[in-house]
Design a protein around this ligand. Structure first.
Ligand code: FES
Length: 162
């Protein structure tokens, strides 16, 4: 992070507030800006507010909405709710892990994709389902269709699904 980025953090704190009850909105705004909550941002917030780094990390790790690691340009969310689990979500995740050469929860080395698992996304009749962070939802998938979706997103090439 450069000093310009940290200036943004200053501005977020200035508009949101300096006390502990503002921790969540501050961290939300930081994550919106950087797509995750960088360690440097937490250090800066602690230096200019009444909150300590440990308090801020406590909030950031308690709420699952916060990410402490950078994410890829595109987040692929494979639904592992009950209907999708029964419909083969495990196989979709395995195929995408193989294709992207990451484990679920990880980001590709080129930072293009983050693969993750989520609970029911509310379209069980289309199970198994995956969502892309741009808001598109794809349903009635199998391993090959899931890999084809990823390939269509960015021309990813690599190994075929297992
Ligand atoms: S379980 Fe996957 S959409 Fe409901």
């Amino acid at each position: 992070m450069c000093s310009t980025d940290l200036d943004v953090v200053n501005e977020i704190v200035r508009t949101r507030g300096h006390t502990a009850d503002h921790a969540i909105p501050i961290l939300q705004e930081v994550q919106k800006r950087f797509r995750y909550v960088p360690r440097e941002a937490i250090v800066r917030i602690a230096s200019i507010t009444e909150m300590t780094e440990s308090q801020l990390y406590g909030v950031a790790t308690f709420y699952s909405q916060f990410r402490l690691e950078p994410v890829g340009d595109t987040i692929i969310k494979v639904c592992h709710g009950t209907a999708c689990h029964v419909g083969g979500a495990k196989g979709l995740t395995e195929a995408l892990e193989h294709k992207l050469r990451v484990k679920s929860g990880e980001t590709t080395s080129d930072r293009k994709f983050t693969l993750t698992s989520v609970a029911c996304v509310g379209c069980c009749s289309l199970a198994p389902v995956l969502m892309v962070a741009d808001g598109n939802t794809y349903g009635r998938l199998d391993r090959k269709k899931a890999v084809n979706i990823v390939e269509s997103l960015e021309g990813v090439s690599g190994a075929e699904p297992k």
